[in-house]
Design a protein around this ligand. Structure first.
Ligand code: ADP
Ligand code: MG
Length: 690
């Protein structure tokens, strides 16, 4: 069968469900087999014969999306922005610096403003007309209306021999609004770039074993259950289980570039590199469902959706814009009917429209966000979801996981005893074999014990422990519960210190008690103290035993703690408490992290935990937590101030304009001032000790 491959850029998708919708529509076409990847915004098509591109385009459009023309938003914005900024700056200078007035200088300003109105402001006019057809008014409407009215009215003024004109205003308004848009798009783009980088770790083609023969196939055709061969130096196409020994570089997923030696039965992830020899893998995922692509999806999803903060501007405009238009009409009517002067009525109505155009509004939110994100990144705080900044402003309590979050998670075995006629050594070896399959901090400590035993059918029970089968016997390594030899265990438990406790058991008998301990992270106590200073409550939520949790809480100065909390109990706690931040690191925290108003994940913890959180602390330093919260609060306040600056001058000057007292000079100064105030106020974040 002759088949050709085709790739299309799909625009307008905001979530993975959109991708499925496009995919479904494309697959409906005869001879088309499609796979749409949300994160890279691409449709991969396999075509059985010749298919008209327009047919494909239509299928995508009928799902409500577009086939991209390959031209980047930034590229189309840039020339407009540069021309707009240069010309409007010149227009301002010639219109407002008294020393530069000359006979006929208004013709020069007119000439400078003309390309701005027709070329730079074109997107606003286009959007305004499009909105008008739906009966909508947005900021685009005001920008388009305000700037063109100012421009046309200035021409009228020039012809009637007036000294005044509003040409520079008509140029400044669209240019500054465009600047805001540019900043916003660039911020979104940089997130998209990091997604591209992640996904580039997945190869386009893979070697699949079909009936004992190797065959090169496109990666997106792989399915769970397929067997693939990966040569040395190549990347693994999808998640799977090793069928041969391997040496793997996992740096794409963990950032850790030390090679890891793996044996048959070990799990490998898409995007990792095989370092030596050809390895065989049985796939457990397709390319689109691997861990790596799920992470990429999450990041893209976080950035694709219009931020709520952005909609804040929209919400304000949806009231502001129609009000301004109404006020302008009323102004005209009032002057015309009461004073009876239609010329001054028109002038005042125009002045209202022009002065109301809040050109700084477009930059109010992005300016603060850009400054805050760059400040955060410098201190290892990665803000994945800018909306979280707004929620941070309302936070009252910080809830911590213990192990790996407040403590360093590097557990040491403090004591081990054998029970039920078994030696401590035997219990430890069995524990090591079972824990080999887990990534929990406890497992890291226990699996260090050398053993020849190996366990099969290893299962993790989050918040409880692990089980596995050794030589036909089901062995549990978990927190203390009840056993046949309870008296013997109780006697040893009574001797135990305030440590993390693990029992090794089989056939209902406790055969070993192991005590483990780790250290509070450096700076954890100071972080808790700082949070108290900020007026925030702190709670420790742990699955560990009461004594251990109480001990750590005491050391760190945390008043409130919950011990022996299962993952479900953690989730329930967060459902019941509003306005809390949850800080965690492990798989057992994922549900809690995504339920909390804000999740903060430790950078060295599980990827899934980071994916479920709005913020990641890359270097694990607890001091970053109060920092992130302060940054959020200050940024949100900064955004509100910016909105105030952006609207303030305009709102104040609307009555002045309506009374017919506004002159173009005043209008120009107000525009300039509100933009400068917004930029300066956003920069002020840098000096607020952050
Ligand atoms: P935390 O909330 O402190 O991160 P977990 O919920 O992960 O703790 O675990 C709670 C308790 O369950 C631990 O104190 C331990 O007794 C037991 N446990 C959890 N995972 C394991 C494991 N892999 N091996 C042995 N015991 C475990
Ligand atoms: Mg933990």
């Amino acid at each position: 069968m002759a088949s050709n491959l085709l790739e299309l850029d799909i625009e307008g998708m905001t979530c993975t469900a959109c991708a499925r919708r496009v995919e479904k529509n494309l697959n409906k076409l005869d001879g088309v087999s499609a796979y749409v990847d949300f994160a890279s915004e691409k449709a991969h098509l396999q075509l059985a014969g010749e298919i008209d591109l327009d047919v494909l385009k239509q299928a995508v459009e009928s799902a409500g999306y577009r086939v991209g023309e390959g031209k980047q938003e930034l590229q189309t914005l840039k020339p407009r922005l540069i021309i707009g900024l240069v010309l409007s700056a010149l227009a301002m200078v010639f219109a407002m610096v008294p020393g530069l007035y000359f006979e006929g200088s208004h013709y020069l300003v007119w000439a400078l403003a003309t390309p701005v109105i027709f070329y730079v402001a074109y997107p606003f006019h286009a959007a305004a007309i499009k909105n008008l057809r739906h009966g909508d008014t947005t900021m685009d409407t005001l920008v388009s209306l305000g700037s063109s009215v100012a421009y046309l009215y200035s021409i009228y003024l020039v012809f009637t021999g007036s000294m005044h004109h509003y040409f520079e205003v008509s140029a400044v308004v669209p240019s500054v609004v465009l600047l805001g848009r540019f900043i916003e798009v660039r911020a979104r783009r940089s997130a998209t770039d990091s997604v591209r980088a992640l996904l580039s770790a997945i190869p386009d083609q893979a070697t699949k074993v079909v009936a004992g023969k190797n065959q090169i196939v496109p990666t997106h055709t792989l399915r769970p259950g397929d067997t693939v061969v990966v040569a040395a130096g190549e990347r693994i196409p999808a998640d799977g289980i090793l069928r041969s020994t391997a040496s793997i570089d996992n740096s794409t997923l963990t950032g850790e570039s030390l090679p890891v030696e793996l044996v048959p039965g070990d799990k490998v992830s898409a995007g990792a590199t095989s370092l030596a020899g050809a390895i065989t893998i049985e796939l457990t995922s397709s390319a689109g469902t691997s861990r790596l692509s799920r992470i990429a999806d999450l990041v893209r999803e976080a950035t694709a959706q219009k931020t709520e903060l952005g909609s804040l501007t929209d919400k304000i405009s949806s009231i502001f814009v129609p009000s301004v238009i109404v006020i302008s009409v009323i102004t005209y009517l009032a002057w015309a009917l009461i004073v009876g002067d239609t010329v001054r009525a028109f002038e005042a109505a125009v002045a209202v429209l022009v002065i109301a155009c809040p050109c700084a509004l477009g930059i109010a939110v992005p300016m603060s966000l850009v400054v805050a994100t760059s400040l955060g990144t410098k201190k290892s705080v990665v803000i994945r979801n800018p909306d979280s900044l707004r929620q941070l402003a309302k936070i009252q309590r910080v809830v911590f996981d213990k192990t790996g979050t407040l403590t360093d998670g590097k557990l040491q075995i403090v004591r081990a005893v054998g029970l039920g006629g078994v030696t401590a050594k035997e219990a430890l070896e069995k524990a090591a074999a079972v824990e080999a399959g887990s990534k929990h901090p406890i497992a890291m400590a226990l699996s260090a014990t050398k053993t020849k035993l190996s366990a099969t059918n290893i299962q993790e029970h989050p918040g409880r422990g692990v089980s596995g089968v050794i030589d036909g016997t089901l062995v549990f390594v978990e927190r203390p519960t009840t056993f046949e030899n309870q008296h013997e265990l109780d006697a040893e438990l009574a001797k135990a210190g305030a440590n993390t406790l693990v029992v090794v058991s089989w056939e209902g008998w406790a055969h070993g008690l192991i005590e483990l301990s780790d250290q509070p992270r450096q700076g954890a106590q100071a972080a808790v103290a700082r949070l108290a200073e900020l007026g925030l409550g702190t709670t420790m939520l742990s699955g560990d035993n009461e004594r251990r949790v109480a001990e750590i809480a005491e050391q760190l100065g945390i008043q409130d703690f919950v011990s022996e909390a299962s993952p479900e109990a953690k989730l329930e706690y967060l459902r019941q408490h509003q306005n809390v931040v949850m800080v965690g690191d492990g798989i057992n925290d994922v549900a809690a992290l995504s339920t909390a108003d804000i999740g903060i994940a430790m950078g060295s913890g599980a990827q899934a935990a980071q994916a479920a959180s709005a913020i990641t602390v890359l270097d694990d330093d607890p001091a970053r937590i109060p920092y992130a919260i302060e940054l959020g609060k200050k940024t949100y306040r900064n955004i509100l101030q910016n909105l105030g600056w952006a609207f303030g001058y305009n709102a104040l000057l609307i009555p002045v304009a309506a009374l017919g007292l506004l002159n173009p000079m005043l209008a120009g100064v107000a525009m300039a001032f509100s933009s400068v105030s917004v930029v300066a106020n956003a920069q002020r974040l840098r000096w607020q000790n952050l």
